[in-house]
Design a protein around this ligand. Structure first.
Ligand code: SAM
Ligand code: SF4
Ligand code: SF4
Length: 351
């Protein structure tokens, strides 16, 4: 009974909210919210330690949107089609009392899924509170299982142990867990098989992410990308895999099932096989700028609007932004755009 009541409610809602579409007919469906640009790691592909040193000018904390302001924005977005929220950063768990934001977002009618992307260092302390507040899923970033490779990649000499503790704390709290591994040629490509073995055994889905040219600081070159084809080829040398159909429009990972295990592995092929035509994601920076693409140069500043304007005005402003959207950077990427186009940093815009 309960199940059918829920379905009727979703149906009623669907009839009410016709998602706003952009110029390529892509609906607005997901919002990724960066809650801070600061981080306790210095992954070379995201915040290289030599450039993000002790004197780096992070965003002043008084510029952050408050949780109430984020809630107001998400409420307006939910009436334009947004159903999924992902909290990210920087390291989102550095933002004080993040569970209070989750509680607020969980109360918004129309928001069906709240997820978090984290490096897991602070999960042992926070996982239970986050789950109780309404968080459903965590994507945990871990780029190597071998100590020395991991220590070097996170730029802070941190061992894998606290990350594995964080993973276990999330599982214990009842959160659904997936692992994200960014693969860089000559840095951690030798970790593809050891990571697959480790997480297959642990029963956790691992997703490999092609190294992207986000921002202008990570020294990206096409030759440092290990492609989806190469990753799958390598996995198939050891495992029997079969492709799995996408669960929904706009799913970013290509998924494969291990034939001998109830577990999957995936690849996010943003470079070799881009998926702009089904991109339904907007991004909000911690200081209130809305970006319609991960590779955008400019954001739309919503801080003043959220502080001074009505719900109806905010909704109209958001609708205006999305309906003019033309972004398809990854479909058009070349070595030249990667090098010369000014782009916003991943740690600022949120992955
Ligand atoms: N600090 C959190 C974490 O690492 O999970 C959240 C923020 S991080 C920017 C979000 C995701 O972006 C992580 O999974 C990270 O691996 C990924 N990422 C960062 N820079 C990337 C790059 N240049 N190419 C591909 N993925 C990247
Ligand atoms: Fe921090 Fe995440 Fe970027 Fe690594 S990928 S530096 S953990 S924000
Ligand atoms: Fe979406 Fe931009 Fe990435 Fe294309 S490049 S998938 S439009 S975020």
């Amino acid at each position: 009974m309960r199940h059918s009541f829920r379905n009727t409610r979703i149906q009623e809602r669907r009839e009410k909210v016709e998602p706003i579409k952009d110029t390529f007919n892509r609906p607005l469906h997901d919002i990724r919210i960066s809650v801070t640009d600061q981080c306790n790691f210095r992954c070379g592909y995201c915040m290289p330690a030599d450039l993000f040193g002790p004197d780096f000018a992070f965003m002043p904390k008084e510029h952050y949107l408050t949780f109430e302001e984020i809630e107001k924005l998400v409420r307006a977005m939910s009436e334009l089609g947004v159903e999924k929220v992902r909290l990210t950063g920087g390291e989102p768990l550095l933002r004080k009392d993040l569970h209070e934001l989750i509680e607020k977002l969980n109360r918004i009618e129309g928001i069906k899924d709240i997820a978090l992307t984290t490096n897991a260092m602070l999960l042992p302390k926070q996982a239970k509170k986050l789950k109780e507040a309404g968080l459903k899923r965590v994507n945990i970033s871990m780029d190597a299982i071998e100590e020395e490779v991991f220590k070097k990649m996170n730029g802070r000499n941190v061992s894998t142990k606290p990350v594995i503790k964080g993973i276990d704390a999330a599982l214990k709290a009842g959160l659904e867990v997936k692992i994200n591994m960014v693969v860089q040629k000559g840095v951690n490509d030798d970790q593809i098989l050891p990571m697959a073995r480790f997480f297959k055994k642990k029963g956790i889905t691992l997703r490999f992410i092609e190294f992207m040219d986000v921002g202008n600081t990570n020294g990206w070159k096409m030759s440092s990308v290990i492609t989806k084809k190469e990753i799958i080829g390598l996995l198939q040398q050891e495992f029997d895999l079969e492709p799995v159909d996408p669960d929904y429009f706009g799913e970013v990972a290509n998924r494969y099932r291990y034939t001998d295990e109830e577990n999957e592995v995936g690849v996010i092929s943003s470079v070799s096989d881009s998926f702009c035509s089904s991109c339904t994601r907007a991004r909000l920076s911690a200081d209130g700028k809305l970006y319609t693409c991960l590779f955008a140069t400019e954001g739309h500043d919503l801080k003043e609007a959220v502080q001074t304007k009505s719900h109806a005005h905010l909704k109209a402003e958001l609708a205006g932004i999305w309906s003019k959207r033309t972004d398809r950077y990854s479909d058009e990427r070349t070595e030249e755009t990667a090098k010369n186009r000014p782009k916003i940093e991943m740690s600022y815009i949120g992955g």
